[in-house]
Design a protein around this ligand. Structure first.
Ligand SMILES: Cc1cc2nc3c(=O)[nH]c(=O)nc-3n(C[C@H](O)[C@H](O)[C@H](O)COP(=O)(O)O)c2cc1C
Length: 172
């Protein structure tokens, strides 16, 4: 493998096909929140759990996230004109895993529709209703940039993702 190991656990390497695990671990050192992105599919709500969310711009209000090309849900999101990004609260861990396993986990009566007809989850820490602004190719992912047309928020503790693990944060 290309790289150097140090006694302290520090490692230094040039990203290459044979050290993908290490690159994934290095990317995973960035602590994030956890979101669920939803859009309207042919057969109801298509949902995906995503930690690749970032706020981008205040004027205009823009946010981004990245779906993997390898995901069966990729076409639905890359083609979506409208979608909603939900920032999950600490108590929504099981929802994050249900949706990661099953894109149709959120179909059913419990879903409301926003003004664009996108199925949305009630009572998340924050929600951004988005209209497609740009979609950029980015290697094995795409970068989807959305313009926020409506935002919602409530008080509460967040769910976090670090080192491949989802954990509740106790901040408030
Ligand atoms: C905490 C967490 C964060 C994730 N973040 C992303 C992400 O940012 N982008 C992505 O494409 N998939 C992400 N995933 C994986 C997807 O939620 C989902 O499991 C994957 O798209 C499954 O693909 P499939 O529909 O082909 O089975 C994440 C999963 C978890 C549990």
């Amino acid at each position: 493998m290309t790289g150097t190991a140090f006694a302290s656990g520090h490692r230094s390497f040039i990203p290459a096909p044979d050290n993908g695990r290490l690159l994934r671990d290095a990317f995973g050192r960035f602590a994030t929140g956890v979101t669920i992105v939803t859009t309207k599919g042919r057969d109801g709500c298509v949902a995906i759990t995503a930690n690749s969310f970032s706020s981008v711009s205040m004027d205009p209000p823009l946010v981004l996230w990245s779906p993997a090309r390898s995901s069966s849900r990729y076409p639905a999101f890359v083609g979506a004109q409208h979608y909603a990004i939900h920032i999950l609260g600490a108590e929504q861990e099981s929802l994050a895993f249900d949706v990661a396993r099953n894109q149709a986990a959120l179909t059913g009566d419990k879903m409301q529709l926003n003004d664009d007809g996108v199925p949305v989850i009630a009572d998340c820490l924050a929600r951004f209703d988005c209209t497609r602004h740009a979609v950029h190719e980015a290697g094995d992912h795409a970068i989807i940039v959305g313009q926020v047309t409506h935002a919602h928020l409530r008080d509460g503790d967040p769910l976090a993702f670090f080192g491949g693990k989802v954990t509740r944060l106790d901040i408030n």
